[in-house]
Design a protein around this ligand. Structure first.
Ligand SMILES: Cc1cc2nc3c(=O)[nH]c(=O)nc-3n(C[C@H](O)[C@H](O)[C@H](O)COP(=O)(O)OP(=O)(O)OC[C@H]3O[C@@H](n4cnc5c(N)ncnc54)[C@H](O)[C@@H]3O)c2cc1C
Length: 413
């Protein structure tokens, strides 16, 4: 079968890329070894996160570094045995996290973040997925007065982005989220983001829309991709697919494939977990809350309250470990009356994180017809549709809505 384009990977990024190309009249075949939205896009916290405008850099404050060195926190944990392997990447991540470089990264990511909600809205309507989406934002909760005061001061630096938020004292916070325990010192309610009650289901609805509009969705192994006659060929179990263009959107598995064509991408995996808990009738959370210090999110979802963790550094291929989710759960129970756990083991996801905190989107010129869209780190759900739009603009030679240079894969050659 011949297509204008083969998209490899049906996570939120690949599905969105396929939809955007299809909307420009291209025939598209979307390939995954799993069903859509079953990779990292399955289990995130569901934030379409238009308020986290400063990328999550490597901390530089002395007190934070000491805290992480002790390796007993819930927001970041690591396996000592993995440190020699990850240290070169961490060093380059640290270098890109200087205040000046981080500010530059924020400015360069803003054109994508600024449009992330409106771009999702378009597809949410077309995919009939309004039932999965809430427009109440999320609340950052502080358990310590000092960190609340610091966070309030930091708000002044965000003026450029014109974000909408409410600063809440304890009383106001407990009115907005009455189920929280009164240990809280205050909160910031971020109003621009939307939140999703089942992120995997959203990717599946987008994929259903793609198929309904004539797109082809097939199971296959992207590693079987071959260059052939100036184009590309991929043998699935059922058929041979051919195309002039291929998009690599394989999340954390992408570097392995593009390395075959001469690209060495400094991408590391920040693992993260989730687990669901039952909700008592009188303890319903109105919107997701994030614990500022412990880095976990409690999000009301279809399967109960979803507790998600921060970052874990260890071999990406090792099975899930309980340590980080248990630490988060212990703190979460001091904040909110979590019910019984729904699952006995946590779900494990792998965030695809590039050292300079920007994804790669666009042409990969070392191989004719090779395109990339991966490395969305903490914000793949947020950025899927908008980075798909930029990619499709570039592939169809439409005028891109923003300068694509900051996301070029050429920065790694
Ligand atoms: C705990 C946690 C919380 C998060 N919270 C948020 C949040 O609130 N908001 C947000 O925006 N982001 C969040 N993220 C990040 C977000 O989930 C990711 O950035 C996003 O899912 C990445 O999407 P993707 O499509 O690039 O990758 P994936 O979803 O991993 O998709 C890649 C696809 O490629 C397929 N694949 C891989 N190899 C092959 C192969 N050889 N052949 C065929 N198919 C293959 C996989 O099966 C998979 O379906 C969170 C992540 C975690 C772990």
């Amino acid at each position: 079968m011949n297509y204008d384009c083969i998209v490899l990977g049906a996570g939120i990024v690949g599905v969105s890329s396929a939809l955007q190309l299809q909307a420009r009249g291209r025939s598209v075949c979307l390939i995954d070894k799993l069903a859509p939205g079953e990779g990292t896009s399955f289990g995130n916290a569901g934030l379409i996160e238009r308020s986290s405008v400063i990328p999550y850099g490597f901390p530089r404050e002395f007190d934070k570094l000491i805290r992480y060195a002790l390796n007993n926190q819930s927001d970041v944990r690591y396996d000592f045995s993995y440190l020699p392997k990850i240290t070169p990447w961490l060093a380059s991540y640290w270098w890109h996290s200087s205040p000046k470089r981080l500010a530059q990264a924020a400015v360069e990511m803003w054109p994508l973040l600024q449009r992330c909600v409106t771009e999702h809205d378009k597809w949410i309507t077309l995919a009939n997925a309004q039932d999965l989406v809430r427009a109440k934002g999320w609340i950052e909760v502080f358990r310590e007065t000092l960190s609340f005061e610091h966070a309030k001061c930091d708000l002044d630096e965000l003026g450029f982005y014109q974000l909408n938020y409410d600063v809440l004292n304890t009383e106001q916070l407990l009115v907005r989220e009455p189920t929280l325990k009164p240990i809280v010192k205050g909160g910031i309610h971020w109003l621009d983001p939307k939140t999703v009650t089942d992120p995997s289901q959203l990717a599946k609805r987008y994929a259903q829309l793609f198929v309904k509009l004539g797109g082809t969705l097939l199971n296959g192994d992207a590693q079987r991709l071959k260059q052939k006659n100036n184009g590309w060929a991929l043998q699935t179990d059922e058929q041979l697919l051919e195309s002039d263009n291929v998009v690599v959107a394989l999340g954390f598995n992408s570097p392995e494939l593009v390395s075959r064509f001469g690209y060495k991408i400094p991408l590391a995996v920040k693992r993260g977990y989730h687990k669901h808990y039952r909700v008592e009738a009188d303890h319903v959370l109105q919107q997701p809350i994030c614990d500022h210090l412990a880095g976990f999110i409690l999000a009301p979802m279809t399967n109960g309250i979803r507790l998600t963790t921060g970052a874990e550094f260890t071999d990406p291929n090792l099975p899930a470990k309980d340590i980080q989710i248990n630490r988060a759960e212990a703190i979460a129970r001091t904040l909110y009356p979590l019910g019984e756990a729904v699952e006995s083991t946590p779900w494990l996801g792998r965030r695809p994180c590039i050292n300079d905190m920007r994804p790669v989107i666009g042409k990969a010129p070392k191989a004719k017809g090779l395109w990339v869209n991966f490395g969305h780190a903490h914000h793949g759900l947020t950025l899927g549709p908008i980075s798909g739009r930029l990619l499709a603009d570039l592939m169809t030679e439409d005028k891109p809505f923003t300068d694509p240079a900051p996301y070029s894969i050429q920065r790694f050659t």
